[in-house]
Design a protein. Structure first.
Length: 216
């Protein structure tokens, strides 16, 4: 069992205009999905805001039970049968769960580990947590995989556009602890921006995790 109550406050990155450089930074792709935390021992999934998603993503919860007893932080990503990331498909799961005949599956891009059994890993530096994450996911389910990590800015920026569903980069100090809240862990995020003129003609969804603007 985890040494803390779940769900916990997740670490959030603050936005920046440029990707940090230097050996003290670890760079990871930012996927276009829903943030989540997972407790593999109980097979439960929560959103960033603490909403229980275990039913909506029961396939993820079931796959997670194949891992050791850990608490994971990551991003739910919908992948179509054609291999494309489709953010809007996630909304079809809200309140429903997996549906027979759906043209997509849900994967989890995992980037942090908060606990192993009853050991709290949040005080450990990023590099140690990264090693523990890779060990926990070794030979795990194909739908639960670690995100790549690099110290090379050129490699990281090449991910944007080259890897489907990657909309930016999250940079993390390699010596940093895991602290809930925006910017408290020193995480920053850079997004590739595209400008377009549009009118907001509606809003979908009933909760912050599922809401989206309809543009025209």
């Amino acid at each position: 069992m985890p040494p803390f109550d779940l769900p916990v406050e997740l670490a959030l990155a603050r936005p920046v205009e440029e990707v940090p450089e230097g050996p003290g930074w670890a760079l990871e792709p930012k996927w276009d999905g829903w943030r989540c935390q997972i407790h593999t021992g109980s097979g439960r999934v929560w959103s960033r805001h603490g909403t229980d998603l275990s039913h909506a993503f029961s396939d993820v919860a079931h796959a997670a039970r194949g891992l050791p007893d850990v608490v994971l932080d990551g991003e739910l990503v919908a992948v179509t049968d054609a291999g494309e990331v489709a953010f809007e498909r996630l909304q079809s799961r809200a309140g429903r769960g997996p549906r027979p005949g759906a043209d997509f599956s849900v994967h989890v891009a995992l980037f942090d580990i908060l606990a192993v059994g009853d050991a709290d890993l949040r005080r450990l530096p990023y590099d140690q947590r990264r090693a523990d994450l890779l060990q926990a996911l070794d030979d795990g389910p194909a739908t639960l995989q670690p995100v790549p990590s690099t110290r090379d800015v050129e490699v990281a920026t090449d991910w944007v556009g080259a890897l489907g569903g990657v909309e930016g980069i999250v940079a993390k100090p390699r010596s940093s602890r895991y602290v809930g809240g925006r910017g408290r862990s020193g995480w920053v995020k850079w997004r590739q921006r595209h400008t377009v003129d549009a009118a907001v003609i509606g809003v979908t969804g009933t909760t912050p995790a599922t809401q989206a603007f309809i543009l025209g």
